[in-house]
Design a binder for this molecule. Sequence first.
Ligand code: GLC
Length: 435
Amino acid sequence: MSKLPTDEPPAAKKIDLDKRAIEILRENSWGDYTLPTKGLYPYQWNWDSMFVALGFSEIDLDRAWTEVESLFQGQWKNGMAAHIVFRRDSPSYFPGPKIWGGTHEVATSGCSQPPVAATIVRDLYEKDPQMGEERLRKLFPRLMRWHRWFHTMRVISGGAAIAVTHPWESGRDNSPDWDEALQNVDPTGVTPYQRKDLGHVDAEMRPTDAQYDRYIKLVEYGRNCGWDHSQITREGPFAVADPGITFILARADRDLRALARYLGARDSAREIDKWLRRSQLAADYLWNDQIDAYAARDLRTGRFSDGVSSVAFLSYYAGITRPRRDAKLQKTLTRILDSAPYSLPSFDPQHPKFDSRRYWRGPTWAIVNYLVARGLEEYGFAEKAQRIRLDTRKVIQNNGFYEYFDPITGAGSGGNHFTWTAAIWLAWASPMTDN
Ligand code: GLC
């Protein structure tokens, strides 16, 4: 009987992929830090770097710690760990350090990004506590200050959910979650500029010009108020409570509390406990009954986004449970998994705004898959977690280490030789990680 074709490539190819993933990490590594990919993203990005650290921890734990330490060179006096650390100017990227006009001594952007760092630091530490202890002691106060910054600067009074004040802060640049709030940002008078991203990647895979004008307008607003983050959150043109950051921070708070215990830092543990109590309230605020999922919510109008983004399922990763709600959330997840052969799509394939190729409006991202599946696994949804993991494996095996993937066809899109995709392969998606 002839063998049916499968998605499984021959074993030899799998070994090559492990080797290739390591090469990508090394090729994109610039001494102490790693670029997401050459050309399109020529600096150090915050959450990219933390996934990179996870990848490096499989092959070189010392280098993994160094990646985290170098990110914190971009930490501001107010505690914010910046979303991009520039260090130098590169002509292939816009907007560069001058446009941001950051106030920190090392050139950075003026907003932050999803705080996966504390979770990854815990992973690194637990791999080899003896090796990590001194490094953890130095990093711990920095992580505390960054989390405190989120809990004070990105929450509006009386609220608990964490806001993003620029779509770039969410890490999900052009998600439909921001459409309505972004529409209310008036782009009139934006200083003329030239996009650089379109020189690297097809326009149909990237955010539109109308969105870009508003992104730049928001940067100009921040720069003009001297990056006063409290003012930006309270009165700026854009503030949306984000389930992505809210859940990632809640998880990171839990891991930071574990680190505080390792170090015997009791006062810090107490402060973190307070933050953690608020995360349940934040989840309540973000639950959208209309779509049976957590959703982004515009803090200026109170209105919800009406579509399901993949980050809605990070509540498990955050450690937040509400039995009746979870039953509904699981149904929503089943529906979405059933509608995308290469899951997890970043946006609901049944929603009119779904676009399978355009960045955060549909494509599957290995890093989000990793986070969502990690939470699902911890809560006993092993089958769904494994489905997401094997889909991640399949798209990488079939295409290589692309920035993201079409959830319907599985095709690779965006930048190639992408560091975080290689890192997730090494840490989680490769058959080498089966046990
Ligand atoms: C894009 C992504 C963001 C990522 C960055 C570098 O802006 O939306 O999540 O950190 O590229 O890869």
